[in-house]
Design a protein around this ligand. Structure first.
Ligand code: ADP
Length: 483
């Protein structure tokens, strides 16, 4: 599927090699076998990419929304129709089961569709003036060159969720994908190339995160950085952006609580909690990281979970019957193991799983899907993001008590509640300190709706018409007229 070397730098419409620099090997996390190598770009290529994006900005921003929409729509069609092949590439570099990868590609394509539709709907305002000698107009204008830094856990949809609204708004982009997963980024850029996106509108630089990031931060030409990744890197970007008062959009970590009330449909809730926890092997910022179950149903619910977890099959994501793939790398596996060890040392009981897993053929970083009970608040797993397949269970007795427990976090991305009582569902979701609440729903991310966290989970929203806002400056034009 790949040559030993894949060109990965795309600047001003041309694929470049960076022969003089080091290359980076892309591994399949299921087998730890190399897939291909890509260029390891640095400051020089980042500067060139920014210059190309700046040069392309005037023409792209002057196109009508309808013209930009047509290109986005073609990209949507091409991506959707190629979902199977793109899904295989995604699984090979990232590890998630193929059915999840194909689902991600289709979801990624839907961001292109949604913003193809939004491109011609960025409206201005005509404001009523308090004096008769003035007319007041607000017009939306694209912010300029955008630096997009994306993570490895959703290597395709995190890119289109940023690029689609940026392009729809009339911005040009320098994209820096995660080093573990450059291939999905390359495929997306190839799609834009094939559908005739003008040169320089999207530029791709794989390589040295710190050097490329720094260039995006210090360049006065980059007006906005849109980032999805760790809270640690998000804080660094925020500090460094202060020098130029650069605009930022940050999608950071999460520590989602799931609450199962006594009046929940337990069978349905167990299925959904499992999907929330073990999709992408727990490597999603909105996945359940703490599970609170009402005391009256704890035993029944724990048994339901165990019964279902036992059926989950670990393996290579490309194998037809795999439910859970490998973790992305060694560091991720060590963190999961550390959280389990820390919890058990403090009294947690392993109800299922609890250790790394391998076969001779599958030497990647696998970890058994794990359920912990007897969990207490002091354990790291109850306040740090695990980003892996471990589900800690805690019991609660009162509604107010569990709301307090759920809100006891520096993060505020997503929370889930399971109940068949509508009043409770509304009452509790209004009190949860989270940017997103799922009621009997663990898949809230969708192109039509705003996705984003509060507290240390981030700044700004992606998705929906809200997702266009950060790419558009609202210019106010004040006109004096003779009456
Ligand atoms: P994770 O720990 O999940 O890999 P990171 O926040 O480290 O999350 O990575 C998310 C994205 O941020 C990746 O594309 C990564 O290369 C990039 N990144 C990491 N460090 C920096 C940095 N100092 N400046 C800019 N981007 C960075």
């Amino acid at each position: 599927m790949f040559e030993a070397y894949t060109k990965s730098i795309f600047i001003n419409g041309i694929w470049h090699e960076v022969k003089e620099s080091a290359t980076e090997i892309v591994y399949n996390p299921a087998t730890l076998k190399p897939i291909t190598q890509v260029s390891h770009a640095s400051t020089k290529e980042a500067k060139q990419a920014i210059a190309a994006a700046l040069k392309a900005f005037p023409a792209w921003s002057k196109k009508t929304g309808r013209e930009r929409s047509k290109i986005l729509y073609k990209a949507y069609q091409m991506m959707y129709e190629d979902a199977e092949r793109l899904g295989k590439i995604l699984t090979m570099e990232q590890g998630k089961p193929l059915k999840e990868a194909i689902g991600e590609i289709k979801g990624a394509a839907h961001f292109l569709l949604w913003y193809a539709e939004e491109a011609s709907r960025s409206y201005g305002e005509w404001l009523p003036s308090s004096v008769t000698s003035k007319r007041l107009i607000v017009i939306p204008q694209p912010i300029g060159v955008v630096g997009a830094i994306t993570p490895w856990n959703f290597p395709s949809s995190m890119i289109t969720r940023k690029l689609a609204p940026a392009l729809a708004a009339g911005c040009t982009v320098v994209l820096k994908p995660a080093p573990d997963t450059p291939l999905s980024a390359i495929e997306i850029v190839k799609i834009f190339e094939r559908v005739g996106l003008p040169s320089g509108v999207v530029n791709l630089v794989t390589g040295d995160a710190t050097a490329i990031g720094k260039e995006l931060l210090i360049s006065k030409d980059v007006r906005l950085i849109t980032f999805t990744g760790s809270t640690e890197v998000g804080k660094y970007l925020m500090k460094e952006s202060a020098n130029h008062v650069k605009k930022l959009s940050l999608e950071l970590g999460g520590h989602a609580p799931s609450i199962v009330f006594a009046d929940a449909d337990l069978e349905k809730a167990a299925k959904l909690v499992l999907a929330s926890k073990f999709r992408n092997n727990g490597q999603t910022c909105i996945c359940t990281n703490r599970l609170f179950v009402h005391e009256s149903v704890m035993n029944d619910f724990a048994n339901l979970l165990k019964e279902k977890v036992q059926k989950l099959k670990l393996g290579d994501g490309l194998a037809a019957n795999t439910d859970i793939g490998p973790l992305i790398n060694e560091q991720a596996c060590k963190k999961v193991q550390f959280h389990v060890e820390d919890a058990t040392k403090q009294g947690a009981i392993i109800e299922h799983g609890g250790k790394p897993w391998n076969t001779e053929e599958l030497s990647g970083y696998y970890f058994e899907p794990t359920i912990l009970s007897n969990v207490s608040n002091e354990m790291k797993i109850m306040h740090e993001e695990t980003f892996g397949p471990v589900l800690p269970l805690q019991v609660f007795s009162e509604e107010a008590e569990v709301i307090d427990k759920a809100n006891n976090s520096d993060y505020g991305l997503a929370a889930y509640i399971f109940t068949e009582n509508t009043s409770r569902a509304i009452r509790v979701s209004e009190q949860l300190d989270y940017g997103i609440v799922g009621i009997n729903d663990v898949f809230p991310a969708t192109p039509e709706a705003p996705f984003g966290g509060i507290k240390q989970s981030g700044l700004g929203k992606e998705g929906g018409h809200h997702g266009m806002d950060k790419f558009l400056e609202k210019k106010f034009i004040s006109i004096g007229i003779d009456n």
